[in-house]
Design a protein around this ligand. Structure first.
Ligand code: ZN
Length: 352
């Protein structure tokens, strides 16, 4: 496969290398999920047939919920349209409500009209696949597996899962970070940032009261831990969580391993966000990251951690000047970067 296609191969919510570890332990649904995951990643490379869902210049986004009825077919049966009342099926209602809360957060806190900034419709497919252990953003829509009830529960149970996957769409439309190595880890990181921010917004939590876990509401009784990841303490969420929390433990990985560590190394910037949010609050920190993410000159498709945090540092200075962030925001980001070993470069490229 050519390199330029590589970035379209977005992983599901559960990284393939985690599913491989489960499969090695003889887990049959993990094996089946890997096959489905690979197929969806490949099909995502095809020219999109659903571009019509992008609703022109400025539209009013609709939530369209479909039931895949345990097949791997997207948009199989429309079960809840925008404005329809709740249905019997809790997965449908969760997808509808959590997409709604995610859109509300982006609109009210960050000024973004839907996930593409232009009022795109948000399509969800629930009961996708047979007991599939994953959730995806692919082919410009969301798909959620039911889980097997042992390793993972229904993936619509987690507001952070829904907001994380929606945020892959936001990144796709905002700066197209290539899904490999550090740019891929930044892509994953942004989805965890927004997944956590939306989760805290819905649950009425603050940076201090939140647990900062990712995927804690979808792991089942046989999952060897309490969540998939921890933004507060990377590497501690489960036996399979191998995220380092410092650049000293960063090693170049081959692309065959988690696309060069897109899930493994997202923990390092995640920790910076957690520390910044402790200092200035989660919503201001999310505004800062979101603002920086618009800086396509610095956060280019292959941006590194150092480049991304230079954009965040610049955005912090601008937002402080505009009175949109407290004065301590700039120092908070720099301190947090120092704590995980990420350099902050000044505009002329010298280390501060
Ligand atoms: Zn992701």
């Amino acid at each position: 496969m050519s390199e330029q296609h590589e970035h379209d191969r977005k992983d599901g919510f559960v990284p393939s290398y985690i599913l491989e570890k489960l499969a090695e332990r003889g887990n049959e649904t993990a094996k089946e999920t890997l096959i489905v995951t690979e197929r969806i990643k490949k099909e995502d490379l095809k020219k999109n047939e659903v571009e019509s869902i992008i609703a022109g210049a400025v539209g009013q986004s609709k939530r369209l919920n479909y039931d895949s009825e345990t097949t791997e077919e997207m948009q199989r049966k429309l079960v809840r349209n925008e404005g329809d009342g709740p249905v019997q099926d809790q997965s449908v209602n969760n997808a509808y409500d959590f997409c709604g809360k995610t859109l509300e957060y982006y609109r009210n806190k960050l000024g973004l009209n839907s996930i593409d900034g232009r009022g795109m419709n948000v399509i969800s497919n629930v009961h996708f696949g047979k007991n599939m252990l994953n959730a995806f953003w692919g082919q410009d829509q969301l798909s959620f597996g039911d889980g097997n009830g042992r390793d993972f529960k229904n993936f619509t149970n987690g507001i952070d899962v829904v907001a994380h996957e929606c945020s892959h769409a936001v990144t796709q439309f905002m700066n197209e970070l290539i899904y490999e190595r550090q740019s891929g880890a930044l892509n994953e990181h942004f989805s965890d940032v927004m997944g956590s921010a939306v989760k805290q917004y819905v649950k009425g939590q603050t940076a201090q009261t939140a647990d900062w876990l990712i995927g804690d509401e979808i792991v089942g009784p046989e999952w060897p831990g309490i969540a998939l990841r921890s933004m507060k303490a990377p590497g501690t969420a489960s036996e399979l969580d191998d995220q380092p929390a410092h650049m000293n433990d960063y090693r170049e990985l081959p692309l065959s391993q988690d696309n060069g560590g897109v899930h493994k190394y997202s923990g390092i910037p995640n920790k910076v966000f957690f520390l910044t949010a402790q200092a200035i609050g989660t919503d201001p920190a999310a505004l800062l990251w979101f603002t920086a993410w618009h800086n396509r000159e610095i956060i280019h498709p292959r941006a590194t951690f150092v480049e991304a945090f230079r954009a965040i540092d610049l955005a912090a200075e601008q937002l402080v000047q505009q009175g949109k962030l407290p004065r301590e925001a700039v120092e908070a980001v720099r301190n947090a970067c120092r704590e995980v070993g990420i350099q902050i470069l000044s505009p002329v490229g010298h280390e501060r």
